[in-house]
Design a protein around this ligand. Sequence first.
Ligand code: NDP
Length: 447
Amino acid sequence: MAKLTATDRLTTWAAGSDSRAVEFLRSTLGPLLLMLVTPPAAILLWIVCNFAPFDGALTPLLTVEGWRAVADNFPHPSRQAVAMVLVFVAFEAVLLRWLPGKSFEGPITPAGSRPRYKLNGVAAWLVTLGAFFGCSSGLGLFSAGIVYDHFGSLLITLVVFALLFCLFLYFKGCYWPSSEDRSVSGNFIWDYYWGVELHPVLFGVNLKQLINCRLSMMGWSVIVCSFAAKQGELTGHVSNTILVSAGITVVYLFKFFWWESGYFTSLDIMHDRFGFYICWGVLAWVPAVYALTAQYLVLRPHDLPWAVALAIFGLGLGAIYVNYAADEQRQRVRETGGNTTIWGRAPELIKARYTTADGRPHESLLLVSGWWSVARHFHYVPEITLALAWSLPAGFSHVVPYFYVTFLTILLTDRATRDDKRCRKKYGPYWDEYCRRVPWKIVPGVY
Ligand code: NDP
Protein backbone atom coordinates (compact mmCIF):
# COMPACT_ATOMS: atom_id res chain seq x y z
CA MET A 1 0.00 0.00 0.00
CA ALA A 2 1.33 3.45 -0.87
CA LYS A 3 2.36 5.59 2.07
CA LEU A 4 2.08 9.31 2.41
CA THR A 5 4.52 10.59 -0.16
CA ALA A 6 6.87 13.48 0.20
CA THR A 7 4.75 15.15 -2.43
CA ASP A 8 1.66 14.83 -0.29
CA ARG A 9 3.40 16.10 2.80
CA LEU A 10 4.67 19.12 0.95
CA THR A 11 1.47 20.01 -0.72
CA THR A 12 -1.57 19.10 1.31
CA TRP A 13 -0.94 22.49 2.89
CA ALA A 14 -2.63 21.18 6.02
CA ALA A 15 -1.86 22.39 9.49
CA GLY A 16 1.18 20.60 10.85
CA SER A 17 1.95 22.07 14.24
CA ASP A 18 -0.89 20.73 16.41
CA SER A 19 -0.09 18.97 19.70
CA ARG A 20 -0.43 15.17 19.83
CA ALA A 21 -3.75 15.33 21.71
CA VAL A 22 -5.25 17.77 19.21
CA GLU A 23 -3.87 15.70 16.35
CA PHE A 24 -5.47 12.53 17.81
CA LEU A 25 -8.76 14.38 18.24
CA ARG A 26 -8.77 15.73 14.68
CA SER A 27 -7.44 12.65 12.91
CA THR A 28 -8.99 9.75 14.85
CA LEU A 29 -11.43 10.43 17.68
CA GLY A 30 -13.39 13.26 16.04
CA PRO A 31 -13.79 11.47 12.68
CA LEU A 32 -14.74 8.22 14.44
CA LEU A 33 -17.41 9.95 16.50
CA LEU A 34 -18.77 11.76 13.45
CA MET A 35 -18.93 8.53 11.47
CA LEU A 36 -20.73 6.75 14.31
CA VAL A 37 -23.21 9.54 15.03
CA THR A 38 -24.19 11.01 11.67
CA PRO A 39 -25.58 7.90 9.88
CA PRO A 40 -28.15 7.11 12.63
CA ALA A 41 -28.83 10.84 13.07
CA ALA A 42 -29.77 11.11 9.40
CA ILE A 43 -32.46 8.46 9.89
CA LEU A 44 -33.53 9.75 13.30
CA LEU A 45 -34.35 13.17 11.89
CA TRP A 46 -36.69 11.57 9.35
CA ILE A 47 -38.47 9.63 12.12
CA VAL A 48 -38.74 12.77 14.28
CA CYS A 49 -40.36 14.68 11.41
CA ASN A 50 -42.84 12.01 10.43
CA PHE A 51 -43.96 9.86 13.35
CA ALA A 52 -45.65 10.07 16.75
CA PRO A 53 -44.85 10.71 19.51
CA PHE A 54 -42.31 13.14 18.06
CA ASP A 55 -44.41 15.36 15.81
CA GLY A 56 -41.26 17.31 14.98
CA ALA A 57 -40.03 17.54 18.58
CA LEU A 58 -36.80 16.03 19.92
CA THR A 59 -37.92 15.69 23.55
CA PRO A 60 -39.55 12.22 23.13
CA LEU A 61 -35.99 10.97 22.57
CA LEU A 62 -35.70 11.28 26.35
CA THR A 63 -38.46 8.69 26.83
CA VAL A 64 -38.73 4.93 26.39
CA GLU A 65 -41.83 5.45 24.26
CA GLY A 66 -39.78 7.64 21.92
CA TRP A 67 -37.08 5.01 21.40
CA ARG A 68 -39.76 2.35 20.89
CA ALA A 69 -41.17 4.51 18.12
CA VAL A 70 -37.67 4.80 16.61
CA ALA A 71 -37.32 1.00 16.61
CA ASP A 72 -40.86 0.49 15.21
CA ASN A 73 -40.41 3.00 12.41
CA PHE A 74 -36.77 2.41 11.52
CA PRO A 75 -36.77 2.21 7.71
CA HIS A 76 -35.43 -0.61 5.52
CA PRO A 77 -34.09 -0.43 1.99
CA SER A 78 -36.81 -1.39 -0.46
CA ARG A 79 -36.80 -2.52 -4.07
CA GLN A 80 -38.54 0.68 -5.14
CA ALA A 81 -36.00 2.84 -3.33
CA VAL A 82 -33.05 0.96 -4.84
CA ALA A 83 -34.68 1.21 -8.30
CA MET A 84 -35.27 4.96 -7.86
CA VAL A 85 -31.64 5.55 -6.86
CA LEU A 86 -30.32 3.46 -9.78
CA VAL A 87 -32.56 5.17 -12.32
CA PHE A 88 -31.54 8.59 -11.00
CA VAL A 89 -27.81 7.75 -11.10
CA ALA A 90 -28.09 6.39 -14.64
CA PHE A 91 -30.17 9.36 -15.81
CA GLU A 92 -27.72 11.91 -14.39
CA ALA A 93 -24.67 10.06 -15.71
CA VAL A 94 -26.21 10.07 -19.20
CA LEU A 95 -27.03 13.79 -18.96
CA LEU A 96 -23.52 14.61 -17.76
CA ARG A 97 -21.99 12.59 -20.59
CA TRP A 98 -24.30 13.48 -23.48
CA LEU A 99 -25.79 16.92 -22.93
CA PRO A 100 -23.69 19.48 -24.78
CA GLY A 101 -21.48 21.77 -22.71
CA LYS A 102 -18.06 23.39 -22.76
CA SER A 103 -15.09 21.63 -21.28
CA PHE A 104 -13.62 23.41 -18.25
CA GLU A 105 -10.12 23.04 -16.83
CA GLY A 106 -10.08 23.13 -13.04
CA PRO A 107 -7.34 24.79 -11.00
CA ILE A 108 -3.93 23.25 -10.85
CA THR A 109 -3.75 20.42 -8.29
CA PRO A 110 -1.01 19.97 -5.67
CA ALA A 111 0.61 17.32 -7.89
CA GLY A 112 0.57 19.77 -10.78
CA SER A 113 -2.24 18.42 -13.01
CA ARG A 114 -5.49 20.05 -14.13
CA PRO A 115 -8.77 18.04 -13.89
CA ARG A 116 -11.37 18.60 -16.64
CA TYR A 117 -15.11 19.08 -16.13
CA LYS A 118 -18.13 19.40 -18.40
CA LEU A 119 -20.20 22.55 -18.02
CA ASN A 120 -23.76 21.46 -18.80
CA GLY A 121 -25.21 21.80 -15.30
CA VAL A 122 -28.00 24.30 -16.09
CA ALA A 123 -29.24 22.16 -19.00
CA ALA A 124 -29.09 19.01 -16.84
CA TRP A 125 -30.98 20.81 -14.03
CA LEU A 126 -33.74 21.92 -16.43
CA VAL A 127 -34.01 18.48 -18.06
CA THR A 128 -34.09 16.74 -14.65
CA LEU A 129 -36.86 18.89 -13.17
CA GLY A 130 -38.70 18.90 -16.52
CA ALA A 131 -38.53 15.09 -16.68
CA PHE A 132 -39.61 14.73 -13.04
CA PHE A 133 -42.68 16.96 -13.36
CA GLY A 134 -43.36 15.83 -16.95
CA CYS A 135 -43.49 12.15 -15.94
CA SER A 136 -45.39 12.79 -12.68
CA SER A 137 -47.81 15.72 -13.01
CA GLY A 138 -47.79 15.62 -16.84
CA LEU A 139 -47.99 11.95 -17.85
CA GLY A 140 -49.16 10.59 -14.50
CA LEU A 141 -46.54 7.81 -14.49
CA PHE A 142 -46.04 8.35 -10.76
CA SER A 143 -47.09 10.87 -8.15
CA ALA A 144 -44.92 13.98 -7.71
CA GLY A 145 -44.84 13.16 -4.00
CA ILE A 146 -43.03 9.87 -4.74
CA VAL A 147 -39.78 10.97 -3.12
CA TYR A 148 -41.57 11.83 0.12
CA ASP A 149 -43.50 8.54 0.02
CA HIS A 150 -40.28 6.49 -0.14
CA PHE A 151 -38.02 8.88 1.75
CA GLY A 152 -37.25 6.60 4.71
CA SER A 153 -36.25 3.70 2.42
CA LEU A 154 -34.36 6.08 0.16
CA LEU A 155 -32.39 7.51 3.08
CA ILE A 156 -31.36 4.17 4.55
CA THR A 157 -30.42 2.93 1.06
CA LEU A 158 -28.25 6.01 0.53
CA VAL A 159 -26.71 5.84 4.00
CA VAL A 160 -25.65 2.21 3.57
CA PHE A 161 -24.67 2.46 -0.08
CA ALA A 162 -22.55 5.56 0.56
CA LEU A 163 -20.73 3.92 3.51
CA LEU A 164 -19.82 0.96 1.27
CA PHE A 165 -18.94 3.19 -1.64
CA CYS A 166 -16.50 5.12 0.58
CA LEU A 167 -14.82 1.81 1.40
CA PHE A 168 -14.53 1.14 -2.32
CA LEU A 169 -13.03 4.62 -2.79
CA TYR A 170 -10.49 3.88 -0.07
CA PHE A 171 -9.29 0.68 -1.78
CA LYS A 172 -9.43 2.29 -5.21
CA GLY A 173 -7.25 5.13 -3.92
CA CYS A 174 -4.77 2.68 -2.37
CA TYR A 175 -4.46 0.23 -5.25
CA TRP A 176 -5.89 1.75 -8.43
CA PRO A 177 -5.48 5.53 -8.09
CA SER A 178 -6.53 7.76 -10.93
CA SER A 179 -3.69 10.25 -10.40
CA GLU A 180 -0.81 11.31 -8.16
CA ASP A 181 -3.16 13.57 -6.19
CA ARG A 182 -3.69 11.26 -3.26
CA SER A 183 -2.29 10.34 0.10
CA VAL A 184 -2.49 7.40 2.50
CA SER A 185 -1.59 8.25 6.08
CA GLY A 186 -1.71 4.65 7.32
CA ASN A 187 -4.42 5.57 9.86
CA PHE A 188 -7.42 3.73 8.37
CA ILE A 189 -9.97 5.83 10.28
CA TRP A 190 -8.54 9.04 8.90
CA ASP A 191 -8.04 7.69 5.39
CA TYR A 192 -11.61 6.35 5.21
CA TYR A 193 -13.03 9.55 6.70
CA TRP A 194 -11.01 12.05 4.72
CA GLY A 195 -10.48 9.99 1.57
CA VAL A 196 -7.38 8.96 -0.31
CA GLU A 197 -7.80 10.50 -3.76
CA LEU A 198 -8.44 14.12 -4.57
CA HIS A 199 -9.96 13.53 -8.01
CA PRO A 200 -11.03 9.89 -8.44
CA VAL A 201 -12.20 8.92 -11.92
CA LEU A 202 -14.27 5.82 -12.78
CA PHE A 203 -14.97 4.72 -16.36
CA GLY A 204 -13.81 8.15 -17.52
CA VAL A 205 -16.30 9.92 -15.22
CA ASN A 206 -15.02 12.50 -12.73
CA LEU A 207 -16.67 11.16 -9.56
CA LYS A 208 -16.66 14.46 -7.70
CA GLN A 209 -18.61 16.18 -10.47
CA LEU A 210 -21.04 13.27 -10.90
CA ILE A 211 -21.67 12.70 -7.20
CA ASN A 212 -21.40 16.17 -5.63
CA CYS A 213 -23.09 18.11 -8.39
CA ARG A 214 -25.25 15.82 -10.46
CA LEU A 215 -26.46 13.38 -7.80
CA SER A 216 -26.42 15.39 -4.58
CA MET A 217 -27.30 18.95 -5.59
CA MET A 218 -29.59 17.72 -8.39
CA GLY A 219 -31.24 15.21 -6.06
CA TRP A 220 -31.77 17.92 -3.45
CA SER A 221 -33.66 19.98 -6.07
CA VAL A 222 -35.97 17.05 -6.86
CA ILE A 223 -36.46 16.26 -3.15
CA VAL A 224 -37.72 19.71 -2.12
CA CYS A 225 -40.00 19.91 -5.18
CA SER A 226 -41.44 16.49 -4.34
CA PHE A 227 -41.98 17.55 -0.70
CA ALA A 228 -43.94 20.64 -1.75
CA ALA A 229 -45.98 18.56 -4.23
CA LYS A 230 -46.72 16.01 -1.50
CA GLN A 231 -48.21 18.67 0.73
CA GLY A 232 -50.52 19.61 -2.16
CA GLU A 233 -51.52 15.95 -2.60
CA LEU A 234 -52.26 15.55 1.11
CA THR A 235 -54.16 18.77 1.73
CA GLY A 236 -55.25 19.99 -1.69
CA HIS A 237 -53.29 23.19 -1.04
CA VAL A 238 -49.60 24.09 -1.15
CA SER A 239 -48.96 26.49 1.75
CA ASN A 240 -46.96 29.65 1.18
CA THR A 241 -44.55 28.51 3.91
CA ILE A 242 -43.40 25.43 1.99
CA LEU A 243 -43.49 27.43 -1.25
CA VAL A 244 -41.12 30.03 0.21
CA SER A 245 -38.83 27.46 1.83
CA ALA A 246 -38.63 25.21 -1.24
CA GLY A 247 -38.58 28.26 -3.56
CA ILE A 248 -35.46 29.74 -1.93
CA THR A 249 -33.81 26.31 -2.08
CA VAL A 250 -34.65 25.89 -5.77
CA VAL A 251 -33.26 29.35 -6.65
CA TYR A 252 -30.12 28.57 -4.61
CA LEU A 253 -29.66 25.28 -6.47
CA PHE A 254 -30.26 26.92 -9.85
CA LYS A 255 -27.55 29.43 -8.88
CA PHE A 256 -25.31 26.51 -7.99
CA PHE A 257 -25.54 25.06 -11.49
CA TRP A 258 -25.23 28.51 -13.08
CA TRP A 259 -21.98 28.93 -11.13
CA GLU A 260 -20.86 25.28 -11.43
CA SER A 261 -17.44 26.23 -12.85
CA GLY A 262 -16.89 28.29 -9.67
CA TYR A 263 -17.66 25.22 -7.56
CA PHE A 264 -14.70 23.49 -9.22
CA THR A 265 -12.48 26.13 -7.59
CA SER A 266 -14.03 25.65 -4.13
CA LEU A 267 -12.49 23.77 -1.19
CA ASP A 268 -14.74 20.70 -1.70
CA ILE A 269 -13.18 20.12 -5.07
CA MET A 270 -9.71 21.67 -4.88
CA HIS A 271 -8.59 20.49 -1.46
CA ASP A 272 -10.91 18.01 0.30
CA ARG A 273 -10.18 14.44 -0.69
CA PHE A 274 -13.04 12.13 -1.61
CA GLY A 275 -13.96 10.02 1.42
CA PHE A 276 -16.68 9.89 4.07
CA TYR A 277 -16.50 13.63 4.79
CA ILE A 278 -17.40 14.70 1.27
CA CYS A 279 -18.75 11.59 -0.47
CA TRP A 280 -20.95 10.21 2.31
CA GLY A 281 -21.85 13.78 3.20
CA VAL A 282 -23.21 14.68 -0.21
CA LEU A 283 -24.88 11.30 -0.83
CA ALA A 284 -26.63 10.82 2.52
CA TRP A 285 -26.28 13.87 4.79
CA VAL A 286 -27.44 16.38 2.16
CA PRO A 287 -30.79 14.67 1.49
CA ALA A 288 -31.33 13.98 5.20
CA VAL A 289 -30.37 17.37 6.61
CA TYR A 290 -30.24 20.01 3.88
CA ALA A 291 -33.86 19.36 2.87
CA LEU A 292 -35.03 19.01 6.47
CA THR A 293 -37.11 22.18 6.76
CA ALA A 294 -39.12 21.31 3.64
CA GLN A 295 -39.57 17.77 4.96
CA TYR A 296 -40.74 19.13 8.31
CA LEU A 297 -43.25 21.41 6.59
CA VAL A 298 -44.95 18.66 4.53
CA LEU A 299 -47.11 17.50 7.45
CA ARG A 300 -47.40 20.96 9.04
CA PRO A 301 -49.11 23.12 6.45
CA HIS A 302 -49.75 26.67 7.55
CA ASP A 303 -49.77 30.00 5.76
CA LEU A 304 -48.06 33.22 6.73
CA PRO A 305 -49.41 36.64 5.80
CA TRP A 306 -48.17 37.12 2.23
CA ALA A 307 -46.21 40.25 3.19
CA VAL A 308 -44.21 38.21 5.72
CA ALA A 309 -43.76 35.29 3.31
CA LEU A 310 -42.52 37.63 0.57
CA ALA A 311 -40.18 39.44 2.98
CA ILE A 312 -38.59 36.08 3.91
CA PHE A 313 -38.37 35.15 0.24
CA GLY A 314 -36.71 38.52 -0.46
CA LEU A 315 -34.22 37.94 2.37
CA GLY A 316 -33.35 34.54 0.86
CA LEU A 317 -32.92 35.95 -2.66
CA GLY A 318 -30.81 38.86 -1.39
CA ALA A 319 -28.53 36.47 0.53
CA ILE A 320 -28.20 34.19 -2.51
CA TYR A 321 -27.22 37.22 -4.60
CA VAL A 322 -24.53 38.44 -2.15
CA ASN A 323 -23.10 34.92 -1.77
CA TYR A 324 -23.00 34.54 -5.55
CA ALA A 325 -21.49 38.02 -6.03
CA ALA A 326 -18.64 37.22 -3.62
CA ASP A 327 -17.88 33.87 -5.30
CA GLU A 328 -18.12 35.51 -8.72
CA GLN A 329 -15.74 38.36 -7.82
CA ARG A 330 -13.04 35.90 -6.76
CA GLN A 331 -13.53 33.76 -9.86
CA ARG A 332 -13.59 36.72 -12.30
CA VAL A 333 -10.48 38.34 -10.85
CA ARG A 334 -8.54 35.12 -11.24
CA GLU A 335 -9.90 34.34 -14.73
CA THR A 336 -9.02 37.82 -16.03
CA GLY A 337 -5.69 38.06 -14.22
CA GLY A 338 -7.07 41.10 -12.38
CA ASN A 339 -8.05 43.00 -15.56
CA THR A 340 -11.58 43.74 -14.41
CA THR A 341 -13.43 46.04 -12.04
CA ILE A 342 -14.81 45.25 -8.59
CA TRP A 343 -17.51 47.58 -7.29
CA GLY A 344 -16.64 49.99 -10.13
CA ARG A 345 -12.89 50.18 -9.51
CA ALA A 346 -9.74 48.35 -10.45
CA PRO A 347 -9.32 45.62 -7.83
CA GLU A 348 -6.64 45.70 -5.14
CA LEU A 349 -4.62 42.50 -5.42
CA ILE A 350 -1.83 40.61 -3.75
CA LYS A 351 0.33 38.60 -6.15
CA ALA A 352 0.97 35.52 -4.02
CA ARG A 353 3.71 33.04 -4.92
CA TYR A 354 3.75 29.37 -3.97
CA THR A 355 5.39 26.12 -5.09
CA THR A 356 3.72 22.84 -6.08
CA ALA A 357 4.99 19.37 -5.29
CA ASP A 358 6.90 19.11 -8.57
CA GLY A 359 9.00 22.08 -7.40
CA ARG A 360 7.52 24.48 -9.92
CA PRO A 361 6.81 28.04 -8.78
CA HIS A 362 3.35 29.53 -9.41
CA GLU A 363 1.62 32.82 -8.84
CA SER A 364 -1.96 33.35 -7.70
CA LEU A 365 -4.06 36.45 -7.08
CA LEU A 366 -5.56 37.26 -3.69
CA LEU A 367 -8.36 39.78 -4.00
CA VAL A 368 -8.41 42.57 -1.43
CA SER A 369 -11.44 44.44 -2.83
CA GLY A 370 -15.20 43.95 -2.89
CA TRP A 371 -16.64 41.32 -0.56
CA TRP A 372 -13.11 39.95 -0.03
CA SER A 373 -12.13 43.21 1.71
CA VAL A 374 -15.01 43.00 4.21
CA ALA A 375 -13.73 39.78 5.81
CA ARG A 376 -11.63 36.86 4.58
CA HIS A 377 -14.68 34.54 4.45
CA PHE A 378 -17.51 37.06 4.43
CA HIS A 379 -19.41 35.01 1.80
CA TYR A 380 -20.26 32.53 4.59
CA VAL A 381 -22.53 35.17 6.18
CA PRO A 382 -25.00 35.22 3.25
CA GLU A 383 -24.68 31.41 2.96
CA ILE A 384 -25.91 31.12 6.57
CA THR A 385 -28.51 33.87 6.06
CA LEU A 386 -30.11 32.14 3.08
CA ALA A 387 -30.32 28.90 5.05
CA LEU A 388 -31.96 30.81 7.89
CA ALA A 389 -34.41 32.29 5.38
CA TRP A 390 -35.59 28.88 4.18
CA SER A 391 -35.94 27.76 7.82
CA LEU A 392 -37.95 30.75 9.10
CA PRO A 393 -41.22 29.71 7.38
CA ALA A 394 -41.36 26.76 9.79
CA GLY A 395 -41.96 29.12 12.71
CA PHE A 396 -40.47 28.80 16.15
CA SER A 397 -42.33 25.92 17.83
CA HIS A 398 -39.57 23.35 17.21
CA VAL A 399 -35.80 23.35 16.78
CA VAL A 400 -35.63 20.63 14.10
CA PRO A 401 -36.19 23.02 11.15
CA TYR A 402 -33.18 24.99 12.40
CA PHE A 403 -30.93 21.95 12.59
CA TYR A 404 -29.39 22.61 9.17
CA VAL A 405 -28.61 26.28 9.71
CA THR A 406 -27.04 25.48 13.11
CA PHE A 407 -24.96 22.69 11.59
CA LEU A 408 -23.94 24.98 8.71
CA THR A 409 -22.79 27.73 11.07
CA ILE A 410 -20.51 25.27 12.89
CA LEU A 411 -19.30 23.76 9.60
CA LEU A 412 -18.43 27.11 8.03
CA THR A 413 -16.75 28.48 11.16
CA ASP A 414 -14.52 25.40 11.24
CA ARG A 415 -14.01 25.65 7.48
CA ALA A 416 -12.87 29.28 7.70
CA THR A 417 -10.28 28.29 10.32
CA ARG A 418 -9.09 25.31 8.27
CA ASP A 419 -8.87 27.42 5.14
CA ASP A 420 -6.88 30.14 6.89
CA LYS A 421 -4.36 27.55 8.10
CA ARG A 422 -4.12 26.01 4.67
CA CYS A 423 -3.66 29.34 2.91
CA ARG A 424 -1.02 30.46 5.43
CA LYS A 425 0.90 27.26 4.74
CA LYS A 426 0.51 27.68 1.01
CA TYR A 427 1.19 31.41 0.66
CA GLY A 428 3.24 32.22 3.79
CA PRO A 429 4.03 35.98 3.96
CA TYR A 430 1.52 36.79 1.20
CA TRP A 431 -1.30 35.39 3.35
CA ASP A 432 0.01 37.30 6.38
CA GLU A 433 -0.14 40.45 4.26
CA TYR A 434 -3.78 39.66 3.34
CA CYS A 435 -4.65 39.08 7.03
CA ARG A 436 -3.05 42.40 7.93
CA ARG A 437 -5.16 44.22 5.33
CA VAL A 438 -8.34 42.23 6.03
CA PRO A 439 -8.14 41.32 9.72
CA TRP A 440 -11.59 39.73 10.21
CA LYS A 441 -12.18 36.07 9.48
CA ILE A 442 -15.97 36.03 8.87
CA VAL A 443 -17.94 38.86 10.48
CA PRO A 444 -16.26 42.27 10.53
CA GLY A 445 -15.90 43.67 14.02
CA VAL A 446 -16.95 40.36 15.61
CA TYR A 447 -14.88 37.39 14.43
P1 NDP B 1 -14.01 29.63 -0.80
O1 NDP B 1 -14.84 30.16 -1.86
O2 NDP B 1 -13.93 30.37 0.50
O3 NDP B 1 -12.57 29.43 -1.34
C1 NDP B 1 -11.47 29.35 -0.48
C2 NDP B 1 -10.27 29.40 -1.35
O4 NDP B 1 -10.28 30.60 -2.13
C3 NDP B 1 -9.00 29.47 -0.56
O5 NDP B 1 -8.57 28.18 -0.18
C4 NDP B 1 -8.06 30.08 -1.56
O6 NDP B 1 -7.77 29.06 -2.53
C5 NDP B 1 -8.95 31.09 -2.27
N1 NDP B 1 -8.96 32.41 -1.66
C6 NDP B 1 -9.03 32.72 -0.34
N2 NDP B 1 -9.03 34.05 -0.18
C7 NDP B 1 -8.96 34.59 -1.40
C8 NDP B 1 -8.92 35.92 -1.89
N3 NDP B 1 -8.94 36.99 -1.07
N4 NDP B 1 -8.87 36.12 -3.22
C9 NDP B 1 -8.84 35.07 -4.06
N5 NDP B 1 -8.87 33.78 -3.67
C10 NDP B 1 -8.93 33.55 -2.35
O7 NDP B 1 -14.38 28.10 -0.60
P2 NDP B 1 -15.59 27.33 -0.06
O8 NDP B 1 -15.47 26.04 -0.77
O9 NDP B 1 -15.64 27.29 1.42
O10 NDP B 1 -16.90 28.09 -0.56
C11 NDP B 1 -17.39 28.05 -1.89
C12 NDP B 1 -18.89 28.32 -1.86
O11 NDP B 1 -19.57 27.18 -1.36
C13 NDP B 1 -19.29 29.50 -1.00
O12 NDP B 1 -20.35 30.16 -1.61
C14 NDP B 1 -19.76 28.84 0.27
O13 NDP B 1 -20.67 29.66 0.94
C15 NDP B 1 -20.38 27.57 -0.27
N6 NDP B 1 -20.38 26.49 0.70
C16 NDP B 1 -21.56 25.90 1.07
C17 NDP B 1 -21.58 24.87 1.97
C18 NDP B 1 -22.86 24.21 2.35
O14 NDP B 1 -22.84 23.13 2.94
N7 NDP B 1 -24.00 24.81 2.07
C19 NDP B 1 -20.34 24.35 2.57
C20 NDP B 1 -19.17 25.04 2.11
C21 NDP B 1 -19.20 26.05 1.22
P3 NDP B 1 -6.46 29.07 -3.47
O15 NDP B 1 -5.66 27.91 -3.01
O16 NDP B 1 -7.02 28.88 -4.85
O17 NDP B 1 -5.78 30.38 -3.30
